[in-house]
Design a protein around this ligand. Structure first.
Ligand SMILES: Nc1ncnc2c1ncn2[C@@H]1O[C@H](COP(=O)(O)OP(=O)(O)OP(=O)(O)O)[C@@H](O)[C@H]1O
Length: 581
C-alpha cells in the first residue's frame, strides 16, 4: 500500500494536497488551502477561502505544479463569472509565456437559449458571435485568465509554494523540511512492507493449502468414481442375473404367459403345432411364445421340445427360454428373431428384394449344418430333429440361422445311430425316403441329412417346395434341374459372378450328396460342414441322386424317377460307410 499518496477518482492526491474528509490528525503537516474534498461521485473539490464555490479538480500535475479546474455542468464561463475576480491565492492563473498574465477586458452574457446560459467574449472584439445576438450582457470585467481560457477552453491554476516540482521530477515525494518555515525536502516514499519471513510463511501456507485442497479434491473424485463404478457394477450384475434367470428355461404359469405376450396381442404366425405370439420377458429380452394346441401329440411335442433343447446352447439352435405346463395349457418360450423363418427368403437371384445373396446363403447353410452336427454329435444324447425344413430355420437380425421346432425330435444314446419309428414324421418334400416308406423300420440321423440336402437344393434353386401333394411330391422334388446345373447343362438359374457361381455349384453338389437315396451314401453332417467350408474345387457331383455307393451293403431298390412308387424298406447301415468326398 502506498502510504504517501491518496486517491479520489482518478486523481492522485499527495503533498501539498490532502483529503480533508479523511479525518487526518496531522493536518498541520499540510498547507490548509490545499485541502481537497472528495465528493460522493469521487470528484476532488478545492475549497478556497475567498471563493464562494468549490472548484472541481480534473488533474493535478505535481511536476509542473498545475491543477486543471472544470465545471461539472460543462459551463466554465458560469464558473468564471462566479469567481468574479475573487482571490484564488495561494494559486494563480498560469503565467503568460513566463510573464505575469496580461489583463483582458471581457464581457459576460446571459443567453437562456443555450445549454450553457453564460457566454463570454472579449469586449473589444468587433466581430459579434451571431449566437450571442439574442443574449443580454451581464457585465464587463478585466481578467488575467482570458488567454488560457481563450486558447484552451480550460482553466489552469498553478502554485509555487510549497515547491515540490523538483522532487516529483526525481521520482521522489515531498514534505516540509523540519525546522524551516515553508521549505520543502524530497524523500523516498516507503510502502509498508510485509516482512520477508511473513511472506514466506504466507506463500508456504498457500502452497501447502493448495496441495492439500488438490489432494482432497482428487480423493473425493476417486471416492466418487469408486462408488459410481461399484454402483454400475452392481447394476450390471443385477441385469446379468435378471437375464441369466431368463436364460435357464423357466417354468411359467399361464398367467405369466398372458402377461409376457401382453394378452396374446401380437401374433407372429401359426404352425401345425399352434399359434406363435410376440412377447417381452425382461426389459431387453423379446420372445416368441408358441401356444401348443392341446389336441396335438398327447403332450409329446411338448416333452420332446423341452427335453431336446431345454439344456442345450448353440449359436445355430434356437434357445428355449421357458415353458408353461399349467393344467391343459402348454406353451414354449423362445428368443424372438425379427427376420422370421428362412422360408421367407427362398427366392431366385433375380428377385432382388428377397434374395439374400450367395455369400449369405452359404453362411446360412453352413450355420444350419453346424447346428445339425451339434445335435447329432455335440450333446449328451444324439438328437434327431426329423423336421429340418426352411420353416424351421429362423434368422436373427444378422441372418444367423437358428434351428427350431423340436416337436418331432427323437433322442437316442450317442452310441446308437438308429431309432425305431412307428409313424412317418416330417414335412412333405423334406422327408427322407426311409422315413417316408410305408414299411417303417429303423431310421438314422441320415434322415436329417436328407432333409438338409433338400433344404440346400431349395436354397440354390430359390424354390418353395410347399403345398405339394403326396402324389406328385417326388416328381416335383426330384431336382433334375439342379443336377443339370451341376453337370453344366441346363442352367435354370442365372448366376453372373464367378465366385457366386462357385458357391451355387458347391451348395448344389453338397445338396445332391445329402439326398442320396441310400442313407449310407449320404455324408455325415461333419463331412457336410467340411465340404461347405472348403472352396468346392475337389467336389464331384454324384452320378444321380439315386446313386448307390459300391461300398454299401444295403439292398436297395432304386425307383425310377417320375414313377408313382411305393417305397420298400430301407435298412439303415452302420457308420462304416465310405465318404466319397
Ligand atoms: N422365435 C421366433 N421368432 C420369430 N418368429 C417366430 C419364432 N418362432 C416362430 N416364429 C414365426 O411364427 C410362425 C409360426 O411358427 P411355427 O414354428 O409354429 O410354425 P411353422 O414352423 O411355420 O410350421 P410347423 O409348426 O407346421 O412346422 C412362423 O411364421 C415363424 O416365422
Amino acid at each position: 500500500k502506498n502510504l504517501c499518496a491518496d486517491k479520489c477518482g482518478h486523481v492522485r492526491i499527495e503533498f501539498p494536497f490532502y483529503l480533508r474528509n479523511k479525518n487526518l490528525n496531522h493536518t498541520t503537516d499540510y498547507p490548509p488551502e490545499f485541502g481537497l474534498l472528495c465528493s460522493q461521485q469521487n470528484e476532488p473539490m478545492l475549497k478556497l477561502p475567498a471563493v464562494p464555490i468549490p472548484l472541481f479538480v480534473r488533474k493535478i500535475d505535481y511536476k509542473s505544479t498545475l491543477i486543471e479546474i472544470y465545471d461539472p455542468q460543462n459551463c466554465l464561463a458560469d464558473l468564471l463569472l462566479k469567481l468574479n475576480n475573487a482571490s484564488i491565492s495561494p494559486f494563480r492563473f498560469v503565467k503568460y509565456f513566463g510573464r505575469p498574465p496580461p489583463v483582458f477586458d471581457v464581457s459576460f452574457f446571459r443567453c437562456d437559449s443555450l445549454s450553457c446560459p453564460i457566454s463570454l467574449l472579449e469586449s473589444h472584439n468587433d466581430v459579434v458571435d451571431p449566437r450571442l445576438v439574442s443574449c443580454t450582457k451581464l457585465k464587463d470585467v478585466s481578467v488575467e485568465w482570458w488567454w488560457s481560457w481563450y486558447f484552451q477552453q480550460k482553466l489552469f491554476m498553478e502554485w509555487s509554494k510549497p515547491d515540490c516540482g523538483y522532487c516529483e521530477a526525481q521520482g521522489l515525494k515531498c514534505k516540509w523540511k523540519n525546522g524551516t518555515n515553508g521549505a520543502t525536502e524530497c524523500y523516498a516514499c516507503r510502502t509498508k512492507r510485509i516482512p520477508t519471513s511473513t511472506v514466506v510463511h504466507i506463500a508456504t501456507g498457500v502452497v501447502v493449502g493448495l496441495i492439500l485442497l488438490l489432494l482432497l479434491v482428487k480423493a473425493l473424485f476417486y471416492a466418487y468414481e469408486y462408488y459410481e463404478k461399484r454402483g454400475e457394477d452392481q447394476t450390471r450384475i443385477e441385469r446379468f442375473l435378471e437375464d441369466y434367470r431368463a436364460m435357464k428355461p423357466t417354468r411359467f404359469t399361464y398367467a405369466d404367459i398372458k402377461r409376457i405376450t401382453n394378452g396374446f396381442s401380437e401374433g407372429l404366425g401359426e404352425g401345425s403345432h399352434g399359434a406363435v405370439f410376440k412377447g417381452m420377458l425382461s426389459r431387453e429380452i423379446l420372445v416368441a411364445v408358441k401356444i401348443l394346441k392341446d389336441t396335438v401329440g398327447d403332450g409329446k411335442d411338448f416333452i420332446n421340445e423341452v427335453r431336446a433343447i431345454g439344456k442345450i446352447h448353440h449359436v445355430n439352435i434356437v434357445r428355449l427360454l421357458g415353458f408353461c405346463a399349467d393344467e391343459f395349457h402348454r406353451a414354449l418360450v423362445y428368443d424372438f428373431f425379427p427376420n422370421g423363418s428362412l422360408q421367407r427368403f427362398l427366392a431366385p437371384p433375380d428377385k432382388k428384394d428377397v434374395f439374400l445373396g450367395w455369400e449369405k446363403l452359404q453362411q446360412i447353410s453352413l450355420g444350419i449344418g453346424r447346428g445339425i452336427e451339434y445335435l447329432h454329435l455335440g450333446c449328451d444324447h444324439r438328437i434327431l430333429h426329423f423336421d429340418i425344413n426352411p420353416h424351421n430355420v429362423l434368422l436373427d437380425d444378422l441372418f444367423v440361422p437358428k434351428i427350431t421346432d423340436f416337436g418331432l425330435a427323437k433322442l437316442c444314446p450317442k452310441n446308437q445311430s438308429t431309432v425305431s419309428m412307428t409313424a412317418a414324421r416330417g414335412t412333405l418334400g423334406y422327408i427322407a425316403p426311409e422315413v417316408f416308406s410305408r414299411n417303417f423300420g429303423n431310421v438314422s440321423y441320415k434322415s436329417d441329412i436328407y432333409s438338409y440336402g433338400m433344404l440346400l437344393l431349395e436354397m440354390v434353386g430359390g424354390r418353395k417346395n410347399t403345398n405339394v401333394s403326396v402324389q406328385d411330391s417326388f416328381q416335383i422334388l426330384y431336382p433334375e434341374w439342379i443336377h443339370n446345373l451341376v453337370e453344366g447343362k441346363d442352367m435354370e438359374i442365372s448366376v453372373e459372378d464367378e465366385g457366386d457361381a462357385k458357391i451355387a455349384k458347391k451348395l448344389a453338389i453338397v445338396g445332391l450328396w445329402c439326398i442320396q437315396w441310400n442313407p449310407a451314401d449320404r455324408p455325415s453332417m461333419k463331412t457336410v460342414v467340411q465340404m461347405l467350408e472348403g472352396d468346392g474345387h475337389e467336389l464331384v457331383a454324384p452320378p444321380s441322386p439315386f446313386h448307390i455307393s459300391g461300398s454299401s451293403t444295403a439292398k436297395t431298390v432304386v425307383p425310377t424317377r417320375r414313377q408313382n412308387f411305393e417305397l420298400e424298406v430301407i435298412h439303415e447301415i452302420e457308420e462304416n460307410n465310405v465318404d466319397h468326398f
